[in-house]
Design a protein around this ligand. Structure first.
Ligand code: ADP
Length: 249
């Protein structure tokens, strides 16, 4: 297999804070078109990895490649423009704007025009149709005029996915998409992630292992900042080292 089989790659990624290695020599290969999970106990280095991949943190050493292109030296806005976009955790929505307005703002910013206040009203309205289409894609048809703040928790997350899709990402990093969700919201968000994964590559940090097993082709397990193992759900969930790591060993 050539390097370009992978939409996203980390090579020997290391981040130290003082003398402490939060992430140590992590190599990660995310196959194009796949949903790949990054899991591990608390403190394993998952968030630090995401921050290194999207360049909100600079690695101490190692490289990040997007479609085989070295993006290690780039800033986070440049990484996003190249199609590597993160969702969740950093709230992507404006609570007092309506759903339609939120997606329109995201569409405008993806066109680099977010702060051109002198844009004519007509050209802003031209974004209504694509914004409506994105809301429909995430199951929010009929909620166009609802302020984001009035949505249920699960629907807020769906709106965040719509604002992420507005950037037309090649690779989406999803940060704990089911965190804090009740049982009733988990199945719909899982289905939604599966739907939006068509034609895209997704790397997901997820604590709910049944979500991981139903969505993800490959799983990388981190422990103490290092890759413990990588494989299919069946492979990693039967690995005695993984079982020990999750029991706090
Ligand atoms: P996870 O997301 O898997 O829970 P993190 O990436 O948040 O793990 O953290 C990995 C380790 O790095 C933890 O021990 C954490 O305390 C440490 N860490 C994370 N960020 C910093 C920082 N800015 N300074 C010092 N230590 C940090």
């Amino acid at each position: 297999s050539t390097p370009t089989d992978y939409a996203l790659e980390a090579r020997g990624l290391t981040k130290s804070f003082g003398g402490f290695h939060a992430v140590k020599d992590v190599t990660l290969k995310v196959r194009r078109g796949s949903i790949h999970a990054l899991i591990g106990p608390n403190g394993a280095g998952k968030t630090t990895c995401f921050n290194l991949l999207t360049k909100t943190l600079t690695p101490t050493s190692g490289q990040v490649l997007l479609d085989g292109q070295d993006i290690t030296g780039l800033r986070s806005a440049q990484v996003a423009r190249l199609g590597l976009v993160r969702s969740f955790q950093i709230s992507a929505t404006f609570p007092h704007l309506t759903c339609l307005e939120n997606v329109r703002v995201a569409l405008q910013s993806s066109q680099g025009t977010a702060f051109r206040f002198w844009r004519s009203l007509n050209s802003i309205k031209a974004l209504n149709d694509p914004a409506r289409a994105l809301l429909a894609q995430v199951g929010l048809s009929g909620q166009e005029d609802t302020p984001a703040t009035e949505l249920s928790y699960g629907k807020k997350r769906a709106l965040e996915i719509a604002t992420t899709l507005a950037l037309d990402p090649k690779v989406m990093l999803l940060d704990e998409p089911t965190a804090g969700m009740g049982h009733e919201d988990i199945a719909p968000i899982t289905d939604l992630i599966r739907t939006v994964s068509a034609g895209r590559t997704i790397l997901i940090v997820e604590h709910n292992l049944s979500v991981v097993s139903s969505l993800c082709e490959r799983i990388t397990v981190l422990q103490h900042g290092e890759v413990l193992t990588e494989g299919t759900y069946d492979e990693v969930s039967n690995d005695p080292e993984v079982i020990t790591a999750y029991m706090g060993g």
